[in-house]
Design a protein around this ligand. Structure first.
Ligand SMILES: Cc1cc2nc3c(=O)[nH]c(=O)nc-3n(C[C@H](O)[C@H](O)[C@H](O)COP(=O)(O)O)c2cc1C
Length: 185
């Protein structure tokens, strides 16, 4: 069960976790994998994703002006790979992976199995070549209580381990270094 995050929502993506982006426009919904995402402003709280114009998700995000960053953990690696290699042009990924989800009051699709989500409304977009950067104002965010507790990632819990992408099918998982405790100058 996810609890609502009202402050420091961008902290959910400070580490740029590989994420599953959901979009929803009229009767079409989609989910695809991104690794090019980051927090870009604290006040207002803004997040950015970089989307290739060829993606089936691209027109859905552009037309609806919304997207949800669903943050998977290691347990969802197969979903990450599948949603990052199969297009909605060919398959209904929700059906194929049997994703369970809820729909927010802003029509955002929130995946049950993701450990956290950040729901965004597009406030700016930048055409940067083959990709478009969608900058989104965070309008809703939530996380599993035991992975993101009192506004911080709880890295003592293995379920809080998210993925980073190195390219060529290689991933690493997050682990924490507390510089206040471990690094002395
Ligand atoms: C780990 C990983 C990271 C990816 N990152 C991005 C990204 O940042 N932006 C992007 O446009 N595509 C990215 N992709 C590729 C898309 O997820 C992939 O082309 C997907 O099939 C597009 O789905 P769609 O056509 O249904 O939208 C990534 C793929 C993987 C496996």
């Amino acid at each position: 069960m996810k609890h609502k995050i009202s402050e420091n929502q961008t902290r959910l993506i400070y580490h740029n976790p590989v994420s599953l982006i959901t979009s929803n426009y009229h009767d079409k919904k989609n989910v695809f994998t991104v690794s090019w995402l980051c927090a870009v402003s604290k006040n207002p709280q803004l997040a950015m994703i970089s989307v290739d114009k060829r993606r089936a998700s691209f027109p859905l995000i552009k037309e609806s002006g919304k997207y949800v960053i669903n943050i998977p953990n290691l347990k969802m690696l197969k979903d990450v790979i599948y949603c990052g290699s199969v297009s909605a042009k060919d398959k209904d990924k929700f059906q194929e992976r049997n994703f369970k989800f809820s729909v927010s009051e802003n029509s955002g699709i929130i995946l049950d199995d993701a450990i956290a989500f950040v729901e965004c409304e597009v406030v700016n977009e930048f055409d940067v070549g083959d990709h478009v950067l969608f900058v989104g104002k965070i309008i809703n965010a939530g996380a599993e209580e035991d992975v993101f507790t009192n506004g911080k990632w709880n890295m003592d819990n293995k379920d809080a381990q998210t993925l980073s992408f190195l390219g060529e099918g290689n991933y690493i998982i997050t682990s924490k270094i507390d510089h206040k405790k471990k690094i002395k100058f």
